[in-house]
Design a protein around this ligand. Structure first.
Ligand code: TXA
Ligand code: MG
Length: 327
């Protein structure tokens, strides 16, 4: 069911959980300081109990009372990129009201989304919002209200429809607590290049997130249909099923390499055009979700060269996780 932003604010104040739009992906939000709301998020998502929740705020000023401090490099990056698609690891004090959301960890990850609807609601209620992506744990992050309803509607989850997400992949997570060192724990639309432009002297590490970000241990970001990566020269040997590819491949390689009889037995799904990575990211999870609808035994993917932009690298990361999850 779709509800209005003001209705969502009322429900959140009562300790209910609602799905909200952000510019990256939709989040399943609840008052991060309310243990019942936090517990409900874990229950709906069937999320492992040791996987902490990102906490969302309307502004950097709103973050201050909840953290030990905002270190200098973090502050500089916050000023440059928030509100926006980036999250920061920070320390919280003993007895913090956020300890439910962090699973008892003294570190929190904070995010300040730019989406106007999210901003409006966060400002209205004035408490931090715990909001993991609004999907069943282990499946695709939703980038529209319809995707949230398709996954979580059966649990009575209500959604504020803020339109399709402008970015389409989850926020970059950074640890910029030590001066002169920025660790990227999860790649996203804001990457090393953008960070370097703001902190030219900092060392930037693309960290293995596994130790730092518990969510990366779990099966993650995957469609239900097993994915198999293939190269163009294997197209002629394809088994009937689904094939995902970007539009340039559709128009060239595939037509040249696939016998027409085989082509008839393969359902094609477009990832979008590789020449427009912004658009491709926006439609990424939606396109992958479409594959599940036909119930093919396998979805083959003609692996694109995602390019070297931060967004391209983030898509490559998500994609490699999906392939790892598939086997
Ligand atoms: O773009 C985003 O970040 C979206 C939107 C809704 O804001 N949220 C999102 O949340 O992607 P989630 O829960 O799907 O992914 C957050 C990741 C998980 O891998 C989780 O383990 C990690 O961040 N994480 C959250 N809090 C943490 C903490 N206190 N310490 C370490 N890792 C944490
Ligand atoms: Mg998630």
């Amino acid at each position: 069911m779709i509800i209005s932003p003001s209705e969502a604010a009322v429900r959140l104040q009562q300790g209910d959980v609602v799905a909200l739009p952000t510019e990256t992906v939709y989040g399943l939000a609840g008052d991060a300081t309310n243990p019942q709301a936090v517990a409900r998020i874990y229950e709906i998502k069937r999320r492992p109990a040791d996987n902490p929740l990102i906490c969302h705020f309307a502004s950097a000023d709103d973050v201050l009372p909840y953290v030990v401090r905002i270190p200098d490099d973090t502050r500089v990056l916050m000023q440059a990129f928030t509100p926006g698609p980036i999250s920061f690891m920070l320390n919280i004090p003993d007895h913090s009201p956020l300890l439910f959301a962090t699973c008892g960890s003294r570190q929190v990850i904070v995010r300040i989304p730019a989406h106007p609807v999210f901003q409006q609601i966060a400002r209205q209620i004035g408490v931090p919002l715990a909001a993991p992506s609004a999907n069943t744990s282990g499946f695709l992050s939703p980038t529209s209200a319809a995707m949230v309803e398709a996954d979580l509607g059966r649990y009575g989850v209500v959604v504020v429809d803020g339109g399709p997400c402008a970015v389409g992949v989850e926020s970059t997570i950074v640890d910029a607590r030590s001066s002169g060192l920025v660790r990227i724990l999860r790649p996203g639309a804001i990457g090393a290049e953008e960070i370097r432009s703001i902190l030219p002297r900092a060392d930037i590490e693309i960290g293995s997130a596994v130790a730092a970000v518990p969510g990366s241990r779990y099966r993650h970001y995957a469609p239900a249909t097993p994915l198999v990566a293939i190269s163009a020269d294997r197209l002629p040997q394809l088994q009937p099923g689904a094939l995902l590819l970007h539009t340039e491949e559709l128009l060239t390689t595939m037509r040249e390499r696939m016998p027409p009889a085989l082509l008839e037995q393969v359902r094609l799904f477009s990832l979008g055009s590789i020449s427009n990575i912004t658009e491709l990211a926006r439609n990424f999870y939606y396109n992958l979700q479409q594959v599940d609808r036909i119930g093919a035994p396998t979805a083959y993917v003609l692996v694109p060269d995602w390019g070297t932009t931060s967004l391209g690298k983030a898509l490559n990361d998500r994609f490699n996780r999906m392939l790892a999850a598939a086997g």
